[in-house]
Design a protein around this ligand. Structure first.
Ligand SMILES: NC(=O)c1ccc[n+]([C@@H]2O[C@H](COP(=O)([O-])OP(=O)(O)OC[C@H]3O[C@@H](n4cnc5c(N)ncnc54)[C@H](O)[C@@H]3O)[C@@H](O)[C@H]2O)c1
Ligand SMILES: CC(C)CCC[C@@H](C)[C@H]1CC[C@H]2C3=C(CC[C@]12C)[C@@]1(C)CC[C@H](O)[C@@H](C(=O)O)[C@@H]1CC3
Length: 339
C-alpha cells in the first residue's frame, strides 16, 4: 500500500478542499468522502456518503494508508442529536472502518476550543484540561471526538492517531467567519466593540492549518512523539479580535466598529436571547446573531502556544497574518460593499 494514498473525510468542506488541493500538489492520491460533492478536481476520486455508514466508508478507505477526518456539522447548528450522531458515533465508525480497512494513520481535525470555557486563555498549551463546561454542543462533542481518536492510537496494532487543534480558521471560500461578519455589518450591527477591545485572539490562515495537517501525517510514526497527541496549529501571531475584524471590514469597504459596550451587558443580553429562542423553538425558529458563544469569543483572550508543533514536527506558519488578511479580502469581491 502506498504511503501517499489518502482519504479526506469532509473533503468537500472549507478546510477539507484546501487540504485536498495541497495533497494533490504534493503528489498524493486522494479520495474524498463527504455527504456532498462540492467540486471536481483531476486525480481526486469522490465518494458521496455519510460517515456514520461504515459500508460506504469502507469503499473510500480501500488501499488507503492515511485518513484525514475533517468532517463536522456546522458549529452554528444548535442540533445536539446531529452533533452526537456525527462527531461521536460517526467518529467511532470512522475508527472502526480504519481498523477494518487496514489504515495506518488517522489525522483528526479537532479544535483549540476543546479547552475554552468562555474565559481568558493566554498562550494556552495542549496540557490544559478539556473544558468542564463546554460553551456549546459543538465543543462538547469535539472533546469526546478528540478523546476517542487519541485513545485509539495503538503502536501494537499499527494504527497511529494524532489530533490537530486549529483556531479561528479563515481564508478564501470560508463559509463562516467573513460571510457572517459581512452579513452582520450589512444589517448595521457591526458598530460596537464588545469590551475594551484589547483582547488577543488567534486567527489562523487556512493554508497554515493545511500545512500543520500534512506535517502531522508525515511525522506520525511509531517512534515519534506525535502518537496519540494533540497539537495546536495557529498563525502564532495573536491579534486584537477587534483589530482583525476591523481590517477585514475596512478591506471590504465597511466601517470599523467604534462604540464600546460592556462585555457583561452584551453577554447577559445574548444569554437572554438564547433562552427566549429556546423557549419559542416549538413555535418559531429564531437565530440570534450575537450568541453567548460568539460574544465570549469576541470579548475574551483566547490564543494558544504552538511550541509543541514547532518542536515535534518543525511547524512554522508559512503565510504571515497580514498577507493572509490581504489574500482573504481579495478573495471575496462579491462581499465588497456595494457589490
Ligand atoms: N472553521 C474553523 O474555524 C475551525 C476551527 C477549528 C476546527 N475546525 C474543524 O475543522 C473541520 C472542518 O471545518 P470547516 O470549517 O472546513 O467546515 P465545513 O462545514 O466547511 O466542512 C465540513 C464538511 O464535513 C462534511 N460533513 C458533515 N457531516 C458529514 C457526514 N455525516 N458525513 C460526511 N461528511 C460530512 C460537510 O458536508 C462539509 O463538507 C471540522 O472538524 C471543524 O470542527 C474548524
Ligand atoms: C457577530 C460578531 C460579534 C462576530 C462575527 C464573527 C464570528 C462569526 C466569528 C469570530 C470568531 C469565530 C470563531 C468560530 C466561528 C465564527 C466566529 C465566532 C469558531 C467557533 C468555529 C468553530 C471552531 O472550532 C472554533 C475554533 O476553535 O477555532 C472557532 C473559534 C472562532
Amino acid at each position: 500500500m502506498s504511503s501517499k494514498r489518502c482519504t479526506v473525510i469532509g473533503g468537500s468542506g472549507f478546510l477539507g478542499r484546501h487540504l485536498v488541493e495541497r495533497l494533490v500538489d504534493r503528489g498524493y492520491t486522494v479520495n474524498v468522502f463527504d455527504i456532498r460533492q462540492a467540486y471536481e478536481l483531476p486525480g481526486v476520486t469522490f465518494h458521496q456518503g455519510d460517515l456514520c455508514d461504515k459500508q460506504a466508508l469502507l469503499v473510500a478507505l480501500k488501499d488507503v494508508s492515511i485518513v484525514f477526518h475533517c468532517a463536522s456539522p456546522a458549529p452554528g447548528s444548535d442540533d445536539r442529536a446531529l452533533f452526537q450522531r456525527v462527531n461521536i458515533d460517526g467518529t467511532q465508525t470512522v475508527i472502526q472502518a480504519c481498523h477494518e480497512a487496514g489504515v495506518q494513520k488517522l489525522i483528526l481535525t479537532s479544535s483549540a476550543s476543546v479547552v475554552f470555557e468562555g474565559t481568558d486563555i493566554k498562550n494556552g498549551r495542549e496540557d490544559l484540561p478539556y473544558a468542564k463546561k463546554p460553551i456549546d454542543y459543538y465543543t462538547e462533542t469535539k472533546i469526546q471526538q478528540e478523546k476517542l481518536v487519541l485513545e485509539a492510537c495503538s503502536k501494537e496494532k499499527g494504527f497511529l492517531t494524532v489530533a490537530i487543534r486549529p483556531h479561528g480558521i479563515f481564508g478564501p471560500r470560508d463559509p463562516q467567519l467573513v460571510p457572517i461578519l459581512v452579513d452582520t455589518a450589512r444589517r448595521g450591527k457591526m458598530k460596537f466593540i464588545i469590551g475594551d477591545g484589547s483582547n488577543l485572539v488567534d486567527f489562523t490562515y487556512v493554508e497554515n492549518v493545511v500545512h500543520g495537517h500534512i506535517l502531522a501525517a508525515e511525522h506520525l510514526k511509531a517512534d515519534s512523539p506525535l502518537c496519540g497527541q494533540a497539537y495546536h496549529i495557529t498563525n502564532d501571531e495573536p491579534v486584537r479580535f477587534w483589530d482583525f475584524m476591523s481590517q477585514i471590514l475596512v478591506g471590504l469597504g465597511y466601517s470599523a466598529p467604534r462604540y464600546h459596550l460592556p462585555y457583561t451587558l452584551v453577554y447577559g443580553i445574548a444569554l437572554l436571547l438564547w433562552l427566549i429562542a429556546l423557549v419559542l423553538r416549538p413555535l418559531i425558529r429564531i437565530k440570534p446573531t450575537f450568541t453567548p458563544m460568539r460574544v465570549a469569543l469576541a470579548g475574551t483572550h483566547h490564543y494558544y502556544s504552538c511550541t509543541r508543533a514547532k518542536k515535534d514536527m518543525g511547524y512554522q506558519p508559512p503565510v504571515p497574518l497580514q498577507e493572509a488578511i490581504v489574500r482573504t479580502v481579495e478573495s471575496y469581491p462579491h462581499l465588497q460593499k456595494g457589490a
